[in-house]
Design a protein around this ligand. Structure first.
Ligand code: FAD
Length: 406
């Protein structure tokens, strides 16, 4: 039997898994249904738990070329713009040994794709994974490649096919993800196009009633990524096309999108409204998810490992979805290093045991953050008082950022 790993999906999870498997001495092949390997969309934040892994993978120089290194994360009131508390992100290196960065998703994906190619990972685009079959000895993937059905067999397979993962539906039979009732509207604006008082090299989170706005620099600080996350209804027509809307390029009519945004931000301060008004070309993304992971079986079935959003889709309110995909890949790499074909199922079980509770904890905490960010009435008053009083101590998450691979 060969030392091959088959990977379904060439997003951040798939490319990270391919890279980690190749570093562990396996020949990885990634199948991506899109015609090109790329990521569109806007930004991601990566905490020191993730940049520590990228450093260990030798990618810190590549990261420095594309990332921004914000010095603080400001929790603000949406209504007044007041900074309630600041987490000094510039201290991440001293405290956690690695930086907190913000970058464009395409830059993160490009960095992983290049690193994977250098390690000899093979990539097949226009390759739609149809089904997986497994015996105790091997896994076979049916893949439609440029219209032709191909069969690939290997000792290990990784399902990295995203929140709507067809492979998860086949393997776990737990149906489609649900609409969380939250919608993300995002825009990207060149800092040079913003009035000076709206430019920023820091992360800001403006917390309002049933909505919040996040902004941070990307592309080395040249652009500002602005995302409004609001509780909202989908129109019937949208609800019927939920899966089609799961792309960073989804767009309603400009008038409809702006009307929804203005409604969500009706209580916002003048400067936040100015920032929103300066941005154009808003794109939306209805956020879909699943309950937090309930056991190792949701990470591994025999010789198949599920990673990234396929295993644990989450609200982006802890900014860790891509981070958890990269952690998954790193732990998978540790288990695959030195694995032989006969002990692959045990190695994958060790991977699942090392990962599922942490992923469940991050999923749960992301939901809680949403409740805190969107609080109303006495809960909002208590939140603001707590932030003013306890400051960074309330915002730091040592169990998250201090993670070491096991
Ligand atoms: C508004 C918002 C903000 C976010 N902010 C952050 C943040 O700050 N920090 C962070 O860490 N995370 C963040 N995330 C989460 C992060 O974007 C995701 O967790 C991450 O991109 C998931 O990567 P993935 O590779 O698992 O899935 P995807 O990116 O969905 O990739 C799956 C890939 O599989 C392919 N595919 C699907 N089906 C098949 C098939 N049958 N055959 C072949 N290929 C297939 C798809 O085309 C796709 O390329 C955010 C998410 C949102 C929505």
């Amino acid at each position: 039997m060969n030392r091959n790993v088959l990977i379904a999906g060439g997003g951040i999870a798939g490319m990270a898994a391919g890279f980690a498997a190749a570093r562990a001495g396996w020949q990885a092949t990634v199948f991506e249904r899109a015609a090109e390997f790329s990521e569109v969309g806007a930004g991601v934040q990566l905490g020191p738990n993730v940049t520590r892994i990228l450093q260990a993978w030798g990618l810190d120089d590549a990261l420095k070329h594309v990332a921004a290194f914000p010095s603080g994360l400001h929790a603000r009131s949406m209504a007044t713009g007041e900074v309630l508390a600041t987490l000094p992100l510039k201290d991440a290196v001293a405290i956690y040994g690695a930086p907190y960065v913000t970058l464009h998703r395409a830059d993160l994906h490009g960095l992983l794709l290049q690193a994977a190619s250098r390690e000899g990972v093979q990539t097949h685009s226009d390759a739609v994974v149809q089904r997986v079959h497994q015996t105790p000895e091997a896994v076979t993937l049916d893949v439609s490649e440029q219209g032709l059905l191909q069969h690939h067999t290997a000792p290990v397979m990784v399902a990295a096919d995203g929140v709507w993962s067809p492979l998860r539906q086949q393997l776990l039979g737990d149906g489609l993800p649900h609409f969380t009732g939250h919608i993300a509207y995002r825009a990207l604006v060149a800092q040079a196009e913003l009035p000076v008082h709206l430019r920023s090299q820091d992360v800001s989170v403006w917390m309002g009633e049933h909505a919040h706005v996040v902004s941070y620099p990307v592309r080395g600080g040249e652009y500002l990524n602005v995302v409004c996350l609001a509780e909202g209804q989908l129109l019937d027509d949208d609800a019927n096309h939920l899966q089609a809307l799961q792309t960073w390029n989804a767009q309603k009519s400009e008038a409809q999108t702006l009307a929804e945004l203005h409604h969500a931000l009706r209580g916002a301060s003048a400067s936040l409204k100015d920032l929103i008004a300066t941005c154009s070309d808003w794109r939306l993304w209805p956020l879909c998810g699943r309950p937090a992971m309930q056991g190792a079986h949701q990470h591994v079935q025999g010789r198949v490992a599920l990673v990234g959003d396929a295993a644990h889709p989450m609200l982006p309110y802890l900014a860790q979805g891509a981070g958890m995909a990269i952690e998954d890949a790193a732990v998978l790499g540790v288990q695959l290093a030195g694995a032989v074909n006969t002990d692959v199922p045990q190695r994958l079980q060790a991977f699942a045991q090392a990962r599922w509770q942490r992923n469940a904890r991050v999923q749960t905490r992301a939901v809680r953050n949403g409740e805190i960010f969107h609080a109303t009435g006495p809960k909002r008053v208590g939140r603001d008082m707590g932030l003013r009083w306890m400051g960074a101590r309330l915002m730091d998450v040592p169990w998250l950022y201090g993670y070491r691979l096991s």
